[in-house]
Design a binder for this molecule. Structure first.
Ligand SMILES: *Cc1c(COP(=O)(O)O)cnc(C)c1O
Length: 359
């Protein structure tokens, strides 16, 4: 606490990202980065953009990117709001759509932990809705609510479980709460779930959040966006332009547009990750892990005979980072990013040695 701080700063609990240490031969399976690089066309666009034009401010409306996203999903550019990574898009969404006095924001008890961080930042009360025993979201828990919430948010596929909700269930939740925004964070949707963008015409209260950090392997560029109705997007843009007119720099816009245009590379790389995930799940099950059904580029797994925290520490000692959350209900699980088949092989070899050693 400093006497120079605004009062609310002392009450904040900042989000803790997965660590990014510099260690040789380190296998990073802790932050769900893509094991393969971005599209070569994106890299070429960055090289082309690295010139004299960097004197000039970027396009404050990121027109080319909004158009590329709109073309890809068959929506209007006016339905797309870009941001400096989807975390920034989420911040604007919380600020613009969820600040309704004392009404609470509904979210699963287990989901992306940044949501709670933003609630504290923007002074939004939260109401946690427990996932079912199998860690799935129960749509009925979000229907016939006794009081109108400030809004609803969840990730689909959910993080860190990897479990996906079907579009029919998302539509039920949205249709059952027509007076509030229902935000679906689709950071991992490209690895095997269906996007709720197709529901926007029927459910104008849905807001979909996408990122280039996971399936497009551009975490280092910081690009994300929302897709929603024009009406909602106008509100989001008001907040964005009250905060930062230029969230995306010239290189980020160029890379993101080129990445969207390179559909072939995108399809091939996501297929590789999905195939590696299925192989990883089999290998983990062979070692005795219980693995939740994942539609993401990570798996969430626990071993009946080994403590999750201890396994994470033992892996770290072997130069392999995975994510462990010391949180209720999930503290026995490891969240493991799907790497290349070689990465997954090294992980599983190390895990089976550890499991044998301590048995
Ligand atoms: C990674 C992730 C994000 C943030 O992505 P950025 O675009 O890199 O900020 C948002 N939501 C979920 C669920 C994520 O896993």
């Amino acid at each position: 606490m400093s006497r120079y701080w605004s009062e609310h700063v002392a009450q904040l609990t900042p989000y803790t990202p997965g660590e990014q240490p510099r260690i040789d031969r380190l296998l990073k399976l802790n932050t769900n980065e893509h094991p393969y690089g971005p599209s070569p066309r994106a890299l070429e666009a960055i090289r082309q953009g690295a010139g004299d034009a960097l004197r000039l401010y970027p396009d404050n409306e990121s027109t080319a990117l909004r158009q590329a996203v709109a073309d890809h999903y068959g929506v209007a550019p006016g339905q797309v709001m870009p941001g400096n990574g989807s975390d920034e898009v989420l911040a604007h969404v919380f600020n613009a759509l969820f600040r309704h006095g004392g009404r609470p924001l509904l979210m699963p008890d287990i989901t992306y932990s940044f949501y709670k961080t933003y609630c504290r930042l923007f002074d939004i009360p939260t109401q946690l809705v427990p996932l079912a025993g199998d860690f799935s979201i129960r749509p009925d828990d979000y229907l016939n609510l006794p009081q109108r919430p400030a809004g609803i948010i969840f990730a689909n596929p959910n993080a860190p479980t990897g479990i996906a909700l079907g579009l029919d269930d998302i539509e039920r939740i949205a249709a059952g709460n027509p007076d509030v925004a229902v935000v679906v964070d689709e950071a991992y949707v490209d690895f095997g779930a269906d996007t709720a963008i197709s529901l926007l015409e029927r459910c104008p209260n849905i807001v979909v959040i996408h990122t280039f950090s996971k399936s497009r392997a551009l975490a280092g560029m910081r690009v994300g966006y929302s897709v929603a109705s024009i009406e909602i997007t106008e509100g989001l843009l008001r907040v964005k332009d009250s905060f930062n007119s230029y969230p995306l720099d010239r290189l980020a816009i160029a890379a993101a547009v080129a990445s969207m245009e390179d559909r072939e590379y995108f399809e091939a790389m996501r297929r590789k990750v999905i195939d590696a995930r299925e192989e990883l799940i089999q290998q983990l099950e062979t070692i005795g892990f219980e693995v939740l059904p994942s539609r993401a580029n990570f798996v969430f797994a626990r071993h009946p005979a080994h403590d999750g925290g201890e396994l994470a520490r033992a892996l770290r000692a072997q130069g392999i980072l995975v994510r462990h959350f010391a949180a209720p209900r999930i503290d026995q699980f490891l969240r493991i990013t799907v790497g290349t088949p070689e990465d997954c092989g090294r992980l599983c070899n190390t895990l089976s040695e550890l499991a044998l050693k301590t048995d």
